[in-house]
Design a protein around this ligand. Structure first.
Ligand code: FES
Ligand code: FE
Length: 356
């Protein structure tokens, strides 16, 4: 924001510029934050020292796999420490290719729901899928799936990941609908354990605490709903659940594609993302309808006093075959709400200074 009257300076989601001029009175800043120009500067009669009125800088700025994070708390842990063991599973997506590119600026829309519903769902709710998104099988749009095994991964700072894997490996190996010609690149970038694990994954979603989530799944390319699994195309969405108050959030949703994949594959992947989890995506609408109805329901005085049940899978067993850093829990068909409990425990800790 501008240091004059705090007007926001940048109103676009993509591009680059050497300077930013405030649209209100014209104070101008370089893209490194220095105040370089002030209209009617002489009228300040020496009371404005430009060097002291640059843009406010976040004390910590760092990046991981091309994702840039800024933090206002100088005493917070470093990004490397903060992401910690979460990096192993993030690498299965963001670290597998030499580079990713966004399919365009983020799609943004406002939803009447609390932002935490997105964070908890993406990081840990595998059991809403057959009900909320049951239309896929009801309408025969999805090919029959193999049996699934689920992994729930939790981390020290409240980041959570859930991974649905094939138990009976279909042939050819699924690799999440990823392009076959990219396999050498994936293999070069991943550890043997990560690459070996990737062939089993059906779907994988995670939340970097508190409100950054991602999802890698696959869907059919245009015109091929209901085709066999090997025709599916992988898509990645990265999203931020941006709070606008307790009962409203702005969704920022990006589609990501492997930079070195073929142009045709990138187009197909982008289409799959848009049809499933873009602003008009069918899965997106399923989820958001539920979250908006929860938020509406909780406005009532009586609902406000209710205790809700988060007890599913109270003691899931540690996964002996999880190839990444522990703790991870697994279930064969059985489900657990452990990840949502970890997320809300961390949220409680942030609010009250101790776990619930
Ligand atoms: Fe930016 Fe006045 S608010 S120049
Ligand atoms: Fe969903």
């Amino acid at each position: 924001v501008c240091r004059h009257r705090a007007r926001m300076l940048c109103s676009v989601d993509g591009g680059n510029a050497s300077h930013f001029m405030c649209p209100y009175h014209g104070w101008t800043y370089s893209n490194t934050g220095e105040l370089t120009g002030v209209p009617y500067f002489e009228s300040y009669q020496g009371r404005l020292v430009k060097d002291e009125w640059g843009l406010q800088e976040a004390p910590q700025v760092d990046s991981y796999r091309g994702l840039i994070f800024a933090c206002w708390d100088a005493a917070a842990p470093s990004l490397d420490d903060y992401l910690g063991s979460m990096k192993w599973t993030m690498d299965l997506i963001f670290g597998r290719a030499d580079a990713f590119e966004v399919t365009g600026p983020p799609q943004r829309w406002v939803v009447d729901c609390n932002w935490k519903l997105g964070s908890g769902n993406f990081g840990g709710d595998l059991h809403h899928v057959p009900v909320t998104h049951g239309f896929t099988t009801a309408l025969g749009l999805k090919a029959t799936r193999s049996r699934r095994q689920s992994y729930y991964v939790t981390t020290r700072y409240g980041h959570i990941v859930s991974v649905g894997c094939h138990l009976d490996m279909p042939h050819p190996k699924p690799y999440l609908g990823l392009p076959r010609d990219m396999m050498p690149e994936y293999q070069r970038n991943l550890s043997p354990e990560q690459f070996g694990f990737m062939e089993r994954i059906q779907t994988m979603a995670g939340t970097v605490f508190p409100n950054l989530s991602y999802l890698n799944s696959s869907s059919h390319s245009p015109g091929e709903w209901g085709a066999p699994p090997e025709k599916e195309v992988s898509f990645v969405t990265l999203r931020q659940w941006q709070p606008l108050g307790p009962d409203k959030m702005e969704m920022w949703s990006w589609g990501l594609v492997e930079k070195n994949a073929s142009e045709q594959w990138k187009r197909d992947s982008k289409t799959c993302y848009q049809r499933t989890f873009g602003a008009a995506g069918v899965f997106e609408q399923d989820d958001l309808e539920n979250w908006a109805e929860i938020t509406r329901g909780l406005r009532g005085a009586m609902a406000n006093r209710l205790w809700l049940h988060y007890g599913m899978g109270q003691t899931p067993s540690p996964a002996p075959d999880w190839p990444g850093p522990p703790p991870a829990y697994n279930t064969d068909r059985a489900m657990s709400e452990i990840n949502e409990r970890v997320f809300y425990q961390r949220w409680h800790e942030m609010l009250y200074g101790h776990p619930a």
